[in-house]
Ligand binder design. Structure first.
Ligand code: ADP
Ligand code: ADP
Ligand code: ZN
Length: 215
């Protein structure tokens, strides 16, 4: 099963991807997560990406495309993958299409999570992220069992620099201008399923699983 989770920042892509990964045993490929690790490790790519990420802008296509094409070659992607946060531009979607053709893989579905702007701001300002494994929590909607600590790995939870209101607004604008065209792009290819992302986490998960059962 080869899936794309599409949706604005805070729509619930990461949250749903982790649940799907656990259920189907296929990897989550989060470009945001890979980039944040590179920033933390101060690799040349991380150093380059940091200023774009801090500003709420997109990292250049060539960098992100390179990350994903390399990742898709790995053996664990054989039974399937869940792309979370990629593609975000038409150029990225075109590159993915060419690469999947070369790898003789097809996309199963593109799940578009739809959430109102006000809810996105509330979700992102309350989001806390594990410094160690990258898992996301929410102070109100998905709190960890112990405050400030990751349920999975015990890592420290922190607020991402770009999860502050000013940068959030900028990221939402970037999504509207650069990523929304992908909704039509995948609709035209007959791959798009819209999911109402305004419901509780478990209900959204149910809706996704019900959709996947139809494939
Ligand atoms: P994305 O990966 O799309 O940016 P996340 O999965 O990180 O989004 O979710 C953003 C924030 O909203 C997180 O704090 C998460 O716990 C919370 N969240 C995710 N899905 C829901 C939901 N259905 N209802 C309420 N909060 C949610
Ligand atoms: P969210 O789901 O909350 O928007 P991500 O973790 O997916 O956040 O992405 C964080 C940041 O990493 C983005 O604002 C952008 O700077 C960069 N990034 C992640 N994925 C991509 C991508 N596919 N193309 C360009 N930049 C990306
Ligand atoms: Zn963790």
């Amino acid at each position: 099963m080869n899936l794309i989770l599409l949706g604005p920042p805070g729509a619930g892509k990461g949250t749903q991807a982790i649940m799907l990964t656990d259920r189907f045993g296929i990897p989550q490929i989060s470009t945001g997560e890979i980039l944040r690790s590179a920033v933390k490790e101060e690799t040349p790519m991380g150093v380059k990406a940091k200023s774009f990420m801090d500003a709420g802008a997109l990292v250049p296509d060539a960098v992100v495309i390179g990350i994903v094409l390399e990742r898709l070659q790995k053996a664990d992607c054989k039974p399937g993958f869940i792309l979370d946060g990629f593609p975000r531009t038409v150029a990225q979607a075109d590159a993915l299409k060419d690469n999947l053709r070369d790898l003789e893989k097809d996309l199963t579905a593109v799940l578009a999570l739809e959430v109102d702007n006000d809810a996105l701001v509330e979700r992102l300002t309350g989001r806390r992220t594990c410094r160690q494994c990258g898992r996301g929590y929410h102070l109100k909607f998905d709190p960890p069992r112990t405050a400030g600590q990751c349920d999975v790995c015990g890592g420290e939870l922190y607020q991402r620099d770009d999860d502050r209101e000013e940068t959030i607004r900028k990221r939402m604008e970037v999504y509207d201008s650069q990523t929304t065209p992908l909704v039509d792009y995948y609709q035209q290819q007959g791959l798009l399923t819209r999911i109402n992302g305004m419901q509780e986490i478990s209900v959204v998960q149910e809706k996704i699983l019900a959709t996947l059962r139809t494939f």
